[in-house]
Design a protein around this ligand. Structure first.
Ligand SMILES: Cc1ncc(COP(=O)(O)O)c(C=O)c1O
Length: 380
């Protein structure tokens, strides 16, 4: 089956009790057992729930994976991957990545004697330089948040395999519609389902997808043992979201490219970060490993920090808000919002400037989006 068909069919069988065509919201914590040890495959909803199981199978199919696991948030999914580490292990992560991932490593896992290095993974020599005998995980985010850097997944996997590292790709920005890193040999995919998969800004969720039975069993153990699972209503809403993912992503990409071109030509803009523009250093690689370039666009304005903050608060259609990947367009100031937990000196080092603005381009009429930016620039 192809993507759009899998999105609507995978994991979704008519309900065996009623024939309901949509997987019901099994709003139950526990299941009646016929006798001790005799049950219908479900015992307790932290361990497994039919609505969650349908979503897990659906997401696994979309990422071309065998196994899916869902969590209460993207960070809860990230935490579960990090549960694979023991004290004195070491992890290498992309330096341009979601601020919450930076925070969980530096503020939580550091307390458990986990060593870490954040490097620019677009240059593999930076990864090679910090690999240690105790390195266990290589964590990539491509396209990255917020600078939309593109890492060569195939080459990174080949390097990681030589050193027996588990590779993780946070595929939230691309979604499985644009990129399926498991096809390149990646071990674990992370999704914040809060974003494009849910798509409507009405749930918080996360997922892990893998082809490896050994990793699935460990991660499944931690899912139940640590317990950060999503409720059935949230699973139902994400399942509703994935059915239209293909259509939404097409429009996100089309709108984002038009917005990026508009910004690229604008005299008040000093730099645009969008992998779909030929001026983006990752453009040739993005063309090779992605089907299209996504809905996220970042840019810097030729102005002060104060005016940058004013600009992000003066759009009418773009809402000033955290998060991304929903039908509605959002605007964000990374250095005071999504990446505020990254210390200023580290942000400077990575290149996240205080005049950087990040757009999550929604699926509205693109002319209204461009007109909104035009009226905002006029006030600058
Ligand atoms: C790329 C990326 N990964 C992970 C997360 C964390 O997801 P959640 O907010 O669902 O915990 C986010 C949140 O913004 C994100 O942008």
């Amino acid at each position: 089956m192809r993507f759009a068909t899998k999105a609507i069919h995978s994991g979704l069988l008519p309900d065996s009790a009623t024939g309901a065509i949509m997987t019901p919201i099994y709003q139950t914590s526990t299941y009646v057992q016929e006798a001790v040890g005799v049950n219908k495959g479900f015992v307790y909803s932290r361990t497994d729930n039919p609505t969650r199981r349908a979503l897990e199978q659906n997401l696994a199919a979309l990422e071309n994976g065998k196994f899916g696991l869902c969590f209460a948030s993207g960070l809860s999914a990230a935490n579960t991957v990090l549960n694979l580490l023991s004290s004195n292990d070491h992890i290498i992560l992309a330096n341009d990545l979601y601020g919450g991932t930076y925070r969980i490593i530096t503020k939580v896992y550091q307390n458990y004697q986990i060593g870490f290095d954040f490097v620019d993974t677009t240059d593999l020599s930076n990864i090679r330089r910090v690999i240690k005998p105790n390195t266990r995980i290589l964590w990539l985010e491509t396209p990255s948040n917020p600078l939309l850097k593109i890492t060569d997944i195939k080459q990174a996997v080949s390097l990681a395999k030589k050193h027996n590292l588990i590779t993780v790709v946070d595929n939230t920005f691309a979604t499985p519609y644009l990129q399926t890193p498991l096809d390149f040999g990646v071990d674990i995919i992370l999704q914040s389902t809060t974003k494009y998969l849910g798509g409507h800004s009405d749930i918080i969720g996360g997922a892990l997808i893998t082809n490896r039975q050994d990793l699935y069993e460990k991660l499944k153990f931690y899912q139940n043992a640590v317990g950060g699972v999503p409720g059935p209503l949230d699973c139902f809403l994400i399942l509703r979201g994935t059915k239209t993912l293909a259509l939404r992503m097409e429009r996100h990409c089309e709108n984002a490219l038009a917005v990026a071109k508009f910004l690229h030509r604008h005299p008040k803009v000093s730099r645009v970060y969008y992998p779909g523009l030929p001026s983006h250093p990752g453009h040739p690689l993005a063309k090779k490993q992605m089907h299209n370039f996504g809905g996220m666009v970042s840019f810097e304005i030729k102005s002060t920090v104060a005016k940058t903050k004013k600009l992000v608060a003066s759009t009418k259609i773009f809402a000033l808000a955290e998060s991304l990947g929903c039908v509605r367009s959002l605007i964000n100031h990374p250095s005071t919002m999504t990446h505020a937990s990254v210390p200023p000196a580290v942000r400077k080092d990575i290149g996240i400037k205080d005049n950087l603005i990040r757009l999550s381009v929604g699926i509205e009429d693109v002319q209204d989006l461009i007109d909104d930016l035009k009226q905002t620039f006029k006030k600058l």
